[in-house]
Design a binder for this molecule. Sequence first.
Ligand code: HDE
Length: 694
Amino acid sequence: MAKEIDLDSGGANHQKPRGEDDIMTTAQGAPVADDQNWLKAGARGPSLLEDHIAREKIFHFDHERIPERVVHARGYGIHGHFELTRAIPEYSRAAIFNETGVKVPTFTRFSTVAGNKGSPDLARDVRGFATKFYTSEGNWDLVGNNIPVFFIQDAIKFPDLIHAAKPAPDRGFPQAQTAHDNFWDFISLTPESMNMVMWIMSDRTIPRSFRFMEGFGVHTFRLVNAKGKAHFVKFHWKPHLGMQSVVWNEALKINGADPDFHRRDIWDAIEAGDFPKWDLGIQVFDETFAEEFEFDVLDATKIIPEEQVPVEIIGTLTMDANVDNFFAETEQVAFCTQNIVPGIDFTEDPLLQGRNFSYLDTQLKRLGGPNFTHIPINASKCPVRHFQQDGHMAMTNPKGRVNYEPNSWSGDIDDNREPRGPRGCPMHGFTSYEAPVESPKLRARSETFADHYSQARQFYVSQTPVEQKHMADALTFELSKVERSDIRARMVGHLRNIDDDLASKVAEGLGMEKLPAAIPAAREPITDLPPSPALSILANAPKSFKGRKLGLYLAEGADAGIVSSLTKAIEGAGGMVEIVAPHVGGTKLSDGKNRPANQKIDGAPSVLYDAVAIVMGKDAGEKFADDKPSIDFVNDAFAHAKFIGFSPEVMPLLKAAGVAEKMDDGFVELGDPAPFVNAIKDLRFWDRMAVKQA
Ligand code: HDE
């Protein structure tokens, strides 16, 4: 029998979890008796248009999609909070920066740039790192990336860049990759991209996890203090878990084995209560530094090396809650670079200035009207008072007669008191920093933006030999997918301005008979800049397995003692263990007990793990020596320089995989788990890769 509807719950009813007890209703709230059979003339039809229930259901379904973001379509959002650990009133009057201990809620969306919503997570691509801070003075959006520089210097070039990177318009492919003619054609004709090209061809674009990436605000912004004094600032996010990337061959395989690898990783970590954290760092500098610095601080294709202006840590971002509803939160969140608060201001960076137009404009298209600020994920958590009104889907509608300013309604003016109601507030309200501007109107690029190679070279020489090899391999891979040889040659011509050795390696990788001539530079590179150690991932590796995952492959008769002591040791070191077995139902260990598995071996290749351990009983070691997924598990772990823990019974499998004769210090026999758990703190056994690290 139908239960009575709780009238008091009104429109909020649909926001409750959709539980079994709920009575189904139409969107108008009318109870529905049967939503599985369309109203028909007779049991065999035809169907009747009269069926308002069926039509409403189908109508709503037809309109479920909103346009995906033109860039950064594939994203993943997480709730969290930011806590200020060092107040900086000397730099900024923003409430979020003024009192140590201030805590504000946040929402962060990570993303790839080029792929569509359904593209794989491990595409070689820049990752978006956009955070909305719900401060007491309004929302501040820091819409950054995991790379501190950008491809272009002027926003007007953005549509060209993105058109070139996305699938070609005639054929609609390739999806989520830059390994094609259009991208490299554009890049090789755009020398200002060369610094960014070094970054995207590095391991930064194939992060192991969102949790193991840095983030950057990219542009130079301004901080303005209570006296109106301004400093320049660059924002940085530093992950507590350190940085880590996968290798390219792993990325290709992960995309097949688990296209949701990154989102699953952060979802699982958060569900397990292992909340990722980042420190917020600032590089603060003044006009004098800006004038003396070798490059223009308004040029978003350049960094300011940390060795020149240290990153000062001022707070911590903790991500601690997954979304309840992907669409409502991750899809509908609307980041806008123009969302700043008093005490933070823009600079004249031409890329930032263009973004300030684009983001607001794009939300209008994506979310369908000007009231996207009424959507809960976008609404500020502090009071909002203004005279904007109406429009599509207006959800928060003020009461009362007055909707203009100045007015005599909202104050008590009869007794000569100041009229109340929303008013501009010169003392606390946002005032733009009075940067002096006196110039002719020009369509021009400043001369100070013209050196495109010095920092590209600095990035390359700051990498370890393993990382440099990865860059040469990445360039070779990408350019090998370019059909036109003149584009390949032009690109190698640019590399010659960056590093001749790199250019030669790529030319060799591409099978070029002779090295193409260097491209004439718009301006001679400044100098051979010193390496910046902060730019390398491997030189700054965390030396810890914390937050990482061990794939523990077990088969019949595996020593129960080893399994339990290893699991305990890994978890004690802050790592996670995933059990892989021939069947997901589990496998019987030496103590006769069944150990349930998380994954079946052919669905869990070793590319999904940071290190692997294999423990089997004697018969199983022989039996799985014939098994292709088991052989691949070992082979890939070996090829990707992973640490491999093993029990002696596994030798037949190691032999069959062809690694038994090549066993190096990356193989650790299990018994006492300590040596293995100690070894995997290095994350990979890099010596196995041809190039030795410096
Ligand atoms: Fe974006 N960018 N962008 N971008 N961007 C968008 O806004 C744009 C740039 C970044 O998770 C769009 O809401 C222009 C730099 C992130 O929702 C759009 C230019 C940086 C996200 C847009 C840039 C970024 C976007 C598409 C050149 C790093 C995802 C959907 C001037 C500092 C935010 C949307 C999210 C999204 C325009 C360059 C980061 C079209 C015109 C530089 C992380 O407005």
